[in-house]
Design a protein around this ligand. Structure first.
Ligand code: FEO
Length: 397
């Protein structure tokens, strides 16, 4: 995609990564991603907001050439991670007069990661401004979304808030602004679930902080630019709220089908009670779909057979994701089949120490489930139903 003007004097000059399918060697990217960089031309000076992932830096440089950019005065680093700051060393070789503008913590990281010389930096603090002539940049410290040094840049006259990772979405598209809104929302939710969810409380504070700004455009450094800020702000208010939905998620694995029979039975029984159930065979599932389900679910039932003395290794990934992403789940439980014993229950609870959720007990079955085991699953269904009812989740449908 060519560099494009998104508002007078403000251009998208980033790179679209259509082909990338994995981020951090962990996060699936079914729709690719983009590294958004923005050029701001003031009457006196020029600034660049964030750079791009180094393997795609030629696209950024080409866009700057297309726009005949001969001088950049300021390179704003809102975040030190390589997909936004990794191309800064190359830019500094081309635009020798440019200063890297960032906060002290981010500067230290940029020095450590990319060996940028100390004299290249201009350090700013919260609410400080820089004038580009007829345009003013205001810097807003917003730590822990998702690193400790993160910040936003607000372009006052054009009312654009550049938020780097926050409000981002991993989606490669020819569109700058939302066209397919449901698809954009899904990508943004996936991004929130995988990257931002552990920082829910920080995000709430940042949402409060930026509520005093007059914002016409939110321009993150991944994916779509929002020309209707309430579209993404409302979604984030919902995702970061304490509200949960009348949903149960069941990440499971089954070896010979006994655990699967239990998952299938529980899914049917919960559905009959009017609860939305999302089972995930973790061997076949996109782990991003599972993390997205964690954003809203009230309850998680882990389904694992016992292998030798403990949980099936494949269930470790969803357990560790639940523990690090710290979703707002209210309840969790465990079901599964075993051959002769083991420490599955103890291990599952031990892996979920960050989860502030009530444990509803387990249904663990020796071998194939029989009538008494299905009755125990009925009892678990009733318990989940009552807990959801107490929270008023059936009233919200
Ligand atoms: Fe898109 Fe935290 O980097």
């Amino acid at each position: 995609m060519k560099g494009r003007e998104i508002k007078e004097g403000v251009y998208f000059v980033g790179a679209i990564d259509w082909d990338r399918r994995l981020f951090d060697e962990l996060i699936p990217l079914p729709d690719g991603t983009s590294y958004n960089s923005y050029l701001i031309r003031g009457s006196k000076q020029t600034a660049l907001i964030d750079s791009v992932y180094p393997p795609r830096e030629n696209e950024l440089i080409e866009h700057l050439k297309e726009l005949n950019v001969e001088k950049i005065d300021y390179i704003i680093a809102n975040h030190a991670e390589g997909d936004h700051s990794g191309a800064i060393p190359t830019l500094l070789k081309i635009y020798k007069e440019a200063k890297v503008v960032t906060n002290q913590k981010c500067k230290e990281m940029l020095v450590n990661f990319y060996h940028i010389p100390e004299e290249k930096f201009l350090i700013i603090t919260d609410n400080e401004t820089i004038s580009l002539g007829d345009k003013t940049l205001q810097f807003i410290m917003a730590p822990w979304v998702h690193w400790p040094e993160t910040m936003f840049t607000y372009l006052k006259e054009e009312k654009i808030l550049f938020t780097c990772d926050l409000f981002g979405s991993h989606i490669a598209t020819g569109d700058i602004f939302p066209v397919d809104e449901p698809k954009v929302l899904e990508s943004a939710k996936r991004y929130y679930a995988e990257i931002m969810m552990p920082f829910r409380e920080n995000i709430k504070k940042h949402l409060q902080k930026i509520s005093t700004l007059d914002i016409e455009i939110i321009a993150p450094s991944h994916g779509i630019v929002y020309n209707n800020p309430s579209f993404i702000l409302d979604a984030y208010r919902d995702w970061t709220s304490d509200n949960v939905k009348n949903e149960v998620i069941i990440p499971y694995v089954s070896m010979y089908g006994s655990t699967f029979k239990m998952v299938e039975y529980l899914t049917d029984k919960l559905s009959e009670k009017g609860i939305k159930v999302k089972p995930f065979n973790i061997i076949k599932s996109d782990i991003g779909e599972f993390t997205m389900a964690l954003v809203d679910a009230c309850t998680c039932v882990v389904g694992s057979p016992t292998v030798l003395t403990g949980i099936h290794p494949a269930i470790l990934l969803p357990l560790s994701l639940m523990n690090v992403l710290r979703p707002k789940l209210k309840f969790f439980s465990l079901i599964g089949s075993y051959g002769w014993g083991g420490r599955t229950e103890e291990q599952v609870k031990g892996f979920l120490t960050n989860l502030k959720a009530e444990y509803l007990g387990s249904v663990l079955v020796k071998g194939e489930p029989v009538d008494k085991d299905f009755k125990n699953l009925d009892a678990l269904t009733d318990k989940i139903y009552e807990k959801h009812k107490e929270l008023g989740l059936f009233d919200k449908i």
